[in-house]
Design a protein around this ligand. Structure first.
Ligand SMILES: [Zn+2]
Length: 357
């Protein structure tokens, strides 16, 4: 590989080289949503153990939580929390020896000012270091018309490309909801709106490719969150057909599109593998790691119930400090999240494949 990729946050050409390595190697990277240093550190620990590169992602709500729910200005908290998370990762990813792609999650039209504020922070970071603070931001303008979706995305990408920032866009509609953004599933309907048309993907490619680097989350029946199975059928061949249409029209190599899989929680491993084979390099994971974190802490609380009710046991005077110390039970959550992520790296085929030198 021509570009040397060093541990730490990976941006610009190095980020594109990580994507190229994943597509050529037939694997994808999990994009793990984080809400605080506990979840960030669990991701770094897991990626170091798995010897995999990884994508750390924060939603607007996760960023707000990172800054503190008590912060009086909710918008500023979303900005400051995302920046604080990024700074924490910049420092520790290098120390852990892990290559991390820093991403933000779904931002609809209302959240465009949030992304703009983060781009400003990246521009300031670029002035100082020659690299942006984040690797990539995501816009989800799938509620708007295709034309407006693509035009707003183009405006953002033009500005972002100047400092080596990439853009992820969403085409078509992913069912379910994430942090208040999304579309309800219609029970019993054909849900045909959940499938992106390859012609739409071609249109986005033609507008955005000359401007900078971008990735596309195309809908192929995927659903955010975990729902009752059977309502929507996954059709990964939509991704294959989109790659083929762009390749035929523009004479590119076989997989010109860098594709992203949203709503992968609860999907069958065969469907995930099929999607990866069509050029998916990023799969969002949130619901499953939230569950892993929560249920391990739940188990601990149930097993140490009295320590969560009494500081000192009123019956026999037992002091419970060792059990209720937050480090004790938060660590249970982290450990369980690490275990779940090791499985995610395996499912996506990235274990042992880090391109970090
Ligand atoms: Zn999505």
């Amino acid at each position: 590989m021509a570009i040397e990729i060093k541990p730490g946050v990976v941006t610009g050409e190095a980020y594109q080289a990580v994507i190229a390595a994943a597509k050529a190697g037939g694997y994808a990277l999990p994009a793990v949503n984080v809400v605080g240093t506990d979840s960030v550190n669990a991701v770094l620990e897991a990626a170091a153990k798995a010897k995999s590169d990884v994508i750390i992602q924060v939603s607007n709500g996760g960023a707000e939580f990172f800054a503190g729910k008590g912060y009086p200005d909710s918008f500023q908290a979303k900005v400051l929390g995302a920046v604080a998370m990024a700074q924490h990762v910049h420092l520790l990813a290098e120390a852990y020896g892990v290559c991390v792609i820093l991403h933000t999650d779904h931002a609809n039209k209302k959240l465009l000012p949030w992304v703009e504020a983060l781009i400003e922070h990246s521009e300031a970071h670029f002035e100082k270091t020659g690299a942006p603070l984040f690797s990539s931001h995501m816009l989800d303008l799938s509620e708007e018309s295709l034309e407006e979706n693509i035009e707003i995305s183009a405006t953002f990408l033009e500005r972002m490309a100047k400092i080596g920032l990439s853009l992820e866009i969403e085409l078509g509609v992913t069912g379910g909801e994430e942090d208040g953004i999304g579309h309800e599933l219609v029970e019993g309907a054909d849900n045909s709106h959940l499938y992106t048309q390859p012609a739409d993907v071609l249109q986005a490619y033609e507008r955005l490719a000359p401007l900078g680097h971008f990735s596309i989350a195309a809908s192929f029946g995927n659903v955010h969150g975990v729902y009752k199975p059977g309502n929507v059928v996954l059709r990964p061949e939509i991704l294959k057909n989109s790659q083929a249409l762009v390749a035929e029209t523009h004479g590119t190599d076989a997989k010109p599109l860098d594709l992203v899989f949203h709503g992968g929680s609860g999907s069958e491993p065969e469907k995930i593998a099929e999607a990866v084979s069509y050029g998916v390099f990023k799969m969002n994971i949130d619901t499953d790691t939230q569950w892993a974190f929560a249920h391990a802490i739940g188990d601990y609380v149930f097993a140490n119930e009295r320590a969560f009710r009494f500081q000192i046991d009123p019956e026999d005077g037992t002091p419970y400090k060792k059990q209720y110390d937050p480090r004790k039970w938060l660590r249970k959550g982290e450990e369980s999240m690490v275990t779940r992520l090791l499985q995610a790296f395996d499912d996506l085929g990235s274990t042992g494949k880090s391109v970090c030198a």
